[in-house]
Design a protein around this ligand. Structure first.
Ligand SMILES: CC(C)(COP(=O)(O)OP(=O)(O)OC[C@H]1O[C@@H](n2cnc3c(N)ncnc32)[C@H](O)[C@@H]1OP(=O)(O)O)[C@@H](O)C(=O)NCCC(=O)NCCS
Length: 437
């Protein structure tokens, strides 16, 4: 058994009595009341999901297993010659809550390398789709196609379901999937945008580095991939992709069914697609100005024009955060510290938007959070390195988001979380509760 699985088993055994006790002895303790606006407004803020993988503080931003983003980057073992950690070590951290040693990290690196190749039938599925199919559709279909190899589904069908040990099959599926997602994304990228030419994997590379290599990127981009996957990994359980994955898994669906569904949610313009929207908005604006740097007044006007036409300012606002997203800050720092990128005109404009947009959104008075989120910055970095296929950005997000979603459903299964079934009410019931006719 791998060290990761052994440690995970120990952690699960230690954790289970906590969950059992809470349900048995304190099951009636209230966490809050639900208001009519929460029932109509997307269940915003209702405390009804449990996860220990990450926690989102409205003012501080995300913590992964209790650590802020800078703390996480500092603590994890780094790829030799790089300032960024192994994605594989981060997977270990999300699953176990422990910062792995270099040896433990390398064990995952080697395990993923050994199973990173895509099965031929997955490639066949991708190739059967029209080439202009959206890459998120291909990504989701590729994941779903892999369901054929689900260890959980096979064992369940063979009557080998055991509530106490079924997390092991879920873990195998999640770990197997994680090993292949970079390869899947890269295959779609090369097939769609690089004349269907493909690059051989380099056996020396870690998952992030390999992804950069497979899409044909430069050395520097290896760190972009590592940073990007880690930053996009997890944002608590209530966001659309994480919640969808959890919801589907709660029906005892396997990891492939569950994450393919999560990916479909991530494809929505208000969720993962926003990074694409940000870049489109910024570049359209630059084109309108004929490439010149706008004045503050011109920028303000463009932001107001967007708002007055009933559209949102992409990359700004958040359902939970009430401050600049630290994932935005982290990517901004990468830009500032990377020669060439620091004075890249598009980055200069993004910086300017950061100075102007919060004031405009505050004056507009609708958005509860006028500050930038992760998407306000990420497209610019991709564009700078020549990944200029907007529609692919959400696939990058999806590779990273898998780390969080899959760690969560492994734990869901280990702790025996029940099938989700919130209760509906009718509009008339709400009116009655409100005392209106
Ligand atoms: C992220 C987002 C979907 C959160 O939605 P939310 O939780 O409903 O946000 P709020 O509670 O602040 O929304 C209140 C109002 O402000 C509006 N608002 C929120 N963010 C806005 C923005 N960036 N630009 C303009 N209006 C915005 C909402 O559309 C809503 O308007 P409505 O009352 O007419 O429906 C929203 O901020 C948004 O659409 N942002 C732009 C897209 C984006 O960046 N998505 C990526 C998120 S990581």
């Amino acid at each position: 058994m791998s060290t990761l699985k052994e440690v995970l088993r120990k952690k699960i055994d230690e954790h289970r009595p906590r969950t059992t006790r809470l349900v048995k002895e304190f099951g009636d303790v209230k966490l809050g009341d639900v208001t009519i606006s929460q029932a109509i407004g997307g269940a915003r803020g209702i405390k009804c999901l449990v996860t220990d993988i990450s926690y989102l503080d409205p003012f501080e931003g995300i913590r992964f297993r209790g650590m802020t983003i800078p703390e996480t980057f500092a603590a994890l073992p780094k790829v030799p010659g790089s300032d960024y950690p192994y994605v594989e070590g981060f997977w270990y951290l999300l699953l176990t809550g422990d910062v792995p040693t270099m040896e433990q990290t390398l064990e995952v690196v080697e395990a993923w390398k050994a199973k990173a190749q895509l099965p031929t039938y997955v490639i066949d599925v991708l190739r059967a789709m029209p080439r202009d199919t959206h890459p998120m559709t291909m990504f989701s279909a590729g994941i779903l196609a892999m369901q054929r190899d689900s260890v959980f589904a096979k064992n369940y069908a063979a009557g080998k379901f055991n509530k106490m040990t079924c997390w092991e099959d879920m873990f195998e599926d999640c770990d197997n999937m994680m090993a292949k997602l970079g390869t899947l994304g890269a295959y779609i990228y090369r097939m769609k945008y690089c004349g269907d030419t493909h690059i051989e994997a380099d056996p020396a590379l870690d998952m992030g580095g390999q992804f950069a290599h497979l899409i044909g990127q430069c050395e520097e981009y290896k760190d972009v991939a590592r940073m990007y996957f880690i930053l996009h990994s997890d944002h608590e359980s209530g966001n659309v992709s994480a919640h969808t994955t959890h919801l589907v898994a709660s029906a005892l669906s396997d990891a492939y069914y569950s994450y393919s569904a999560g990916i479909n949610g991530l494809a929505g313009p208000l969720h993962g697609l926003a990074n694409e929207e940000v870049l489109r908005w910024t570049q359209n604006f630059m084109a309108k100005l004929g490439g010149k740097v706008p004045t503050e007044e011109e920028l303000k006007q463009a932001l107001w024009d967007t708002l007055n036409s009933g559209q949102v300012i992409p990359g700004y606002g958040h359902a939970v955060l009430r401050k600049t997203d630290p994932r935005y800050t982290s990517q901004r720092e990468f830009c500032i510290n990377t020669p060439g990128l620091a004075d890249y005109p598009l980055f200069q404009l993004v910086k300017m938007i950061f100075e102007v947009a919060p004031g405009v959104l505050t004056e507009h008075g609708k958005a509860k959070n006028p500050w930038p989120n992760v998407d306000a910055q990420s497209g610019v970095i991709q564009w700078y390195y020549g990944v200029n296929q907007y529609e692919f950005y959400t696939v990058l997000f999806g590779i990273g988001r898998a780390l969080g979603c899959l760690a969560n459903i492994t734990w869901d299964r280990a702790l025996g979380y029940a099938i989700e079934r919130p209760k509906s009410v009718t509009t008339a019931m709400l009116e009655e509760a409100a005392g209106v006719k």
